[in-house]
Design a binder for this molecule. Structure first.
Ligand code: ZN
Ligand code: ZN
Ligand code: ZN
Length: 433
């Protein structure tokens, strides 16, 4: 595990960003690929779906993990990892056995439980809080609407329900504050193909503000967040990452940022809307569709995205036909490179992968990758992971030379965003001849 220099962080500093509150800025030059900041997780929770594939303590991908002898549900690299995780795992170990099938706290609740326990025992500043203390994370309490307040109350109820035996609870107001902080500052850790691995808090990284034209990207090495430059950065320049998927047009991005993070983005991309026209491209037809038909289809596309966000975990044949139907419907008005089409193709590809329909997945992926390169920044995990999936699909289908081409494209991006010594990069290096 890489632990940043204990004496402080070189090359960056906290400052008041005009109109944005706290922010982080460079005090030296960074070039593309440079590590700007590394921050170990203050707290993290491995996704229940990944138990057994990754170590519960350090999130290492490992084929020979050992089970916790008591619950048989947590897995570790070795005794060292197991011992290190025990102060956190003990909150869940016996409760998981007691509840059996009924053990179902959300990842947010699990993370909040871990933060609560850590705050009790960890009295000194951690290596994750060189620039910002976990207690000083933004909560945006004054901006919570009723729906958000109700969700927080439900999370607090679940926390009491599942953790009553093993956790000392702070008062109700502190719990509301904690969940509001987790909602605004929680990071989701993903692998190189963007599969969800777990949730974590990285206080120092939370200082980085959002832009739709980011100059850094955040990746994970186990449970350490690494912030790397994806453009050259000069002293005095603010560090910006993207909090959201940058595929979508300006209006959608602004809506998403307001809903989840309570601010309005004023970056160059949001003010010029330079990519919007291409992102919402209409099919070339002998009689062009009327504006109201386009409007209707946009609404349809946006609703479909929302519906899929909710149905994310049900990947079955039925979902594939829903994708195909909506591609047919939107395809009468939208061009194949339209982002709402791409969104649906991406979902369809996911279902194909799940059903092991490799040819199907490959054909969707090959329709997606071209426009992805145009809409996403040059160094994007969305683009890298798509190349990676395409490369691996081709190799599995005996399309060796095409597969190698895709993997090399993935590597060119991964080299910058993950670094050449990252296991995700070195693993592919072995696959590529
Ligand atoms: Zn481990
Ligand atoms: Zn256990
Ligand atoms: Zn923006």
């Amino acid at each position: 595990m890489i632990v940043p220099d204990p004496d402080g962080i070189e090359g960056i500093e906290q400052f008041q960003s005009p109109g944005k509150g706290r922010g982080l800025r460079a005090c030296r030059n960074f070039t593309i690929g440079d590590l700007v900041l590394a921050c170990p997780a203050y707290s993290c929770a491995l996704s229940a779906a990944e138990r057994g594939a990754y170590c519960d303590c350090c999130f290492s991908r490992n084929k020979s993990l050992s089970k916790c002898g008591q619950c048989k549900k947590a897995f570790y690299c070795n005794m060292h990892c197991q011992r290190r995780d025990w102060p956190m795992h003990k909150l869940e170990c016996s409760a998981m056995c007691a509840y059996g099938e009924k053990w179902s706290p959300s990842e947010t609740v699990r993370l909040a439980a871990r933060i609560t326990a850590k705050k009790k025992t960890q009295l000194e500043k951690t290596l994750s809080e060189k620039l910002l203390l976990v207690s000083d994370l933004e909560a945006n309490l004054d901006k919570l609407d009723n729906e958000k307040k109700e969700m927080i109350e439900a999370d607090i109820a679940a926390l009491h329900h599942f953790y009553s035996k093993h956790l000392e609870f702070p008062d109700h107001a502190s719990l509301i504050m904690l969940f509001a902080q987790v909602n605004c500052n929680g990071f989701t850790i993903e692998d190189e193909e963007l599969s969800h691995l777990g949730s974590a808090i990285f206080p120092d990284v939370s200082l980085v503000n959002h832009s739709c034209c980011p100059n850094v990207i955040i990746t994970y090495r186990g449970i350490v967040a690494e912030v790397r430059a994806i453009r050259d950065i000069s002293p005095g320049e603010e560090i910006f990452t993207s909090y959201i998927d940058l595929l979508y047009p300006t209006e959608d991005r602004i809506q998403r940022l307001r809903d989840s993070y309570y601010f309005t983005c004023e970056c160059t991309e949001c003010s010029t809307k330079a990519k919007d026209k291409a992102k919402m491209k209409i099919r070339k037809l002998s009689t062009p569709p009327k504006p109201e038909v386009i409007e209707d289809m946009l609404r349809y596309g946006r609703n479909a995205i929302e519906d899929f966000r909710r149905a994310k975990h049900t990947k079955n044949i039925l979902l594939l036909s829903i994708c195909e139907l909506s591609l047919d419907k939107m395809g009468s008005v939208f061009d194949d490179t339209n982002v709402y089409m791409l969104h649906m193709m991406y979902q369809a590809m996911g279902v194909c992968l799940f059903m092991e329909d490799w040819e199907g997945a490959l054909s969707y992926g090959e329709r997606i990758i071209g426009p992805y390169r145009v809409y996403y920044p040059s160094y994007s995990l969305n683009v890298a992971s798509m190349y990676l999936k395409l490369g691996r699909l081709c190799l599995g289908l005996d399309k060796e030379s095409q597969g190698m081409k895709y993997l090399k494209k993935a590597m060119a991006i991964m080299e910058v965003v993950f670094g050449k010594d990252h296991p995700y990069f070195t693993e592919i290096q072995k696959e590529v001849k």
